[in-house]
Ligand binder design. Structure first.
Ligand code: ACM
Length: 700
């Protein structure tokens, strides 16, 4: 409960990448207007890297007077999208016409012979003009995006393109992004902005995570309470309380008209939207709305904790009917091929504890709970196939017998995906933690998120088809996907910051041939992409050197941990609007560690501490929660030498922090003459809150 949150410590200092961006582009310096035809053409800085790119002699200048010829409805549509994207990036617009015979300017054409791949295209720049050809509208759109990238490298009134020949087609059919709209909600306008960003990276699958323990986000006409109750949540801590201390629920969902709008917007950009209704776990919001669906004793509430809830759907026939009815409405809303049924993290404790669930398992012939989950999957697979849809689910669906044409999304690393491919299933690789974009992007990244940095390079270096996979199984890996879970992405700014520029790295893995990938070369091309983000108003994380450390005071981000793998970046629960403080916190066994602290002359360790919600459902990981028991009424601040060394001090904690939300504790330590690792932590079980360290000072 921190009343006076200061702006979070997100580093806004000069970004090395931005400096690169500013230095690199001699064609992007705004002088092109005066540039003669013989000037220096731009150097193509394309992401993803095309399959074939040959540069030739000569150049062609494009400006607002350049005609854009597009004959036929498909080419005309792409031409108008192209102009809109140029306008979004504040670039001059060529003039569109439908002249089929002109030989000058830019030409967009559907040409059956252009590319064997339905998504491929050919782009030629000669001294006479630019031609983009493809056998399909999707291919032509991708070609237009490539030309857009070339024209957004400069900032002047004219771009001098080098003569070149590009032949391009994607490596993978599934180039995906999963967006979690359940934990935190994004407006339709924000999702459209993301869809445009996806299109400009040649991504083609938006996996839309619409239901979870913390919210049901899609209108289902037959079950109005899914959005009348299931979409409303009271957030943990102060964030969930009004000025008078009353609960402050917030309710958000997409109407069916809004869903259709999003789906149509995506389709116009050749992106399929794959909805996920996660079953049988991650279903607390649905069960709260319709308790007869569940097995939990007592009344539930839409969850405001993160982690894994124990609540599962039950296995009554009426629940299967409910699923059919909900999926029937989803099928109607989402015309794409795939429907995602979730299937992850369904801890089976409630099924094991329920005599009624066990009786139904016997009736249904399920020998254990895993087999019961497999029956859910088999039921839905039949239902979806009967409606001409393909089932996709998280890799847990592989634990039971799995219908052969089900597609597996590998998230618990890659083993599940490889096993699925070996068993003949199609697979999308989206392994945690590498492709989980809710982790920080670099060491000094203070964004709220999951433990462990996943850098641009680690995302880039991820290879979805390992050499160990037999050649005849490799085609089962149909693609890659990044997942942006939003427990810790409360705002759209935080979401963008998590996505970019890592999405550019994912895009290159999804699209470019394996042998065209090179991280150093990608780094050379990235500044142009960042410049495009700037032009479009997209936010992105800016790598920056860590702030120099203070000799006597450090904040939580500047301290270490005895187990960094369990160290979250958690946001404060206030203020209700605007930026909040972020703390580095180990939620299993906290210890804020100052490695090799110079304790010479230090008589006291001062800790400024506050409280934030402890809002985690740990399920079977509960046993790993190793907070030391409290000795006094409200617990203590303990200072140790090293993680498990001798106690240097112990100071009782007050029942509550001061009125500003913090308390400063002074712990006298025995005189030390050497540098020592110092570990500060709080004892006791103060759930639903926890004490966190804001600052640690070595004092006289
Ligand atoms: C997942 O991250 N639970 C799919």
């Amino acid at each position: 409960m921190m009343k006076h949150a200061r702006p979070a410590l997100r580093i806004l200092a000069t970004a090395s990448l931005l400096l690169l961006a500013a230095c690199k582009h001699d064609a992007g310096n705004g002088n092109e207007a005066a540039m003669p035809q013989g000037g220096t053409p731009i150097v193509p800085q394309l992401i993803p890297m095309p399959a074939v790119l040959q540069q030739n002699e000569g150049s062609y200048a494009v400006d607002a007077s350049t005609p854009l010829h597009a004959s036929g409805a498909e080419a005309q549509r792409v031409a108008h999208q192209f102009d809109t994207y140029l306008a979004d990036a504040k670039r001059p617009l060529p003039k569109i016409d439908n002249d089929a015979n002109a030989n000058d300017g830019i030409r967009f054409a559907i040409d059956a012979s252009a590319s064997k791949s339905a998504e491929g295209y050919v782009l030629d720049v000669t001294k006479n003009g630019v031609q983009v050809r493809a056998s399909s509208e999707a291919g032509l759109f991708h070609g237009a995006v490539t030309l857009w990238q070339l024209l957004t490298e400069s900032t002047g009134k004219q771009t001098l393109l080098p003569a070149l020949h590009i032949e391009d087609a994607p490596r993978f059919a599934w180039r995906g992004l999963m967006l979690d709209s359940a934990r935190h909600f994004q407006s339709v306008a924000q999702i459209k902005q993301l869809l445009d960003a996806m299109a400009l990276h040649k991504l083609d699958e938006l996996h839309w995570h619409l239901t979870d323990d913390q919210g049901w986000r899609v209108e289902i006409k037959r079950y109005p309470l899914l959005t009348g109750i299931g979409d409303c949540r009271v957030d943990a801590g102060d964030a969930g309380l009004g000025d008078g201390g009353q609960p402050l629920p917030h309710c958000e969902f997409y109407t069916q008209d809004e869903v259709r709008d999003v789906v149509a917007y995506a389709a116009a950009r050749h992106i399929e939207v794959v909805p996920e209704f996660d079953i049988p776990g991650h279903a607390t919001a649905a069960i709260t709305a319709y308790p007869e669906l569940g097995t939990a004793p007592g009344k539930l509430q839409v969850g405001h904790d993160w982690g894994v809830y124990a609540n599962l759907l039950n296995n009554e026939q009426s629940t299967f009917d409910f699923l059919d009815n909900v999926y029937a409405e989803l099928i109607d809303l989402f015309p794409g091929r795939y429907i995602h049924i979730g299937g992850d993290e369904a801890v089976k404790d409630q099924w094991i504890a329920s005599p009624r669930v066990q009786q139904r398992m016997k009736e249904l012939g399920a020998k254990d709970e895993t087999a019961m989950q497999a029956l859910f999957v088999a039921h839905l697979e039949q239902f979806l196939v009967a409606h001409d849809k393909k089932l996709i689910g998280w890799d847990e669906i592989l634990e039971g017998p799995l219908p052969s044409d089900a597609t597996v999304m590998s998230w618990r690393g890659t083993d599940g995906g490889l096993a699925a491919a070996n068993a003949g299933h199609d697979v999308v690789m989206s392994p945690a933690p590498t492709l989980y974009f809710d982790h920080p992007q670099f060491d000094a990244d203070t964004a709220p998120g999951q433990p462990g940095v996943q850098t641009l390079k680690s995302v880039y270096d991820y290879e979805p088809v390992p050499d160990t996979l037999a050649a005849d199984k490799q085609a089962h890996i149909i693609g890659v996907q990044a997942n942006v879970w939003t427990e810790h992405k409360r705002t759209f700014a935080q979401l963008q910051d998590a996505l970019f520029p890592r999405l550019a790295a994912l895009a290159e893995t999804g699209w470019s041939p394996r042998d065209r990938k090179d991280f150093a070369d990608f780094g050379e091309r990235l500044p142009a992409m960042l410049q495009r983000y700037d032009a479009l108003g997209l936010l992105y994380a800016k790598d920056a050197p860590a702030k120099p450390l203070d000799a006597t005071t450090r904040n939580s981000m500047q301290l270490d941990d005895c187990n960094a793998a369990l160290r979250w970046h958690l946001e404060d629960d206030g203020p209700r609007d605007g930026e909040r403080d972020v703390y580095a916190v180990n939620i299993f066994k906290p210890c804020w560690l100052w490695k090799q602290a110079d304790l010479n002359g230090v008589a006291n360790i001062e800790v400024r501490a506050g409280r934030i919600p402890y809002n985690f459902q740990l399920a079977h990981d509960e046993a790993q929660r190793k907070f030391e028991p409290a000795v006094s009424a409200h617990g203590e601040l303990v200072i140790r030498a090293q993680c498990n060394g001798p106690r240097l001090a112990s100071v009782p904690l007050p029942e509550n922090p001061d009125s500003d939300g913090f308390v400063t504790l002074k712990a006298a330590i025995p005189t030390q003459s050497t540098a020592t690792d110092v570990c500060a932590y709080f004892t006791g079980d103060t759930r639903p809150n926890m004490w966190v360290l804001s600052k640690l000072t070595l004092a006289k």
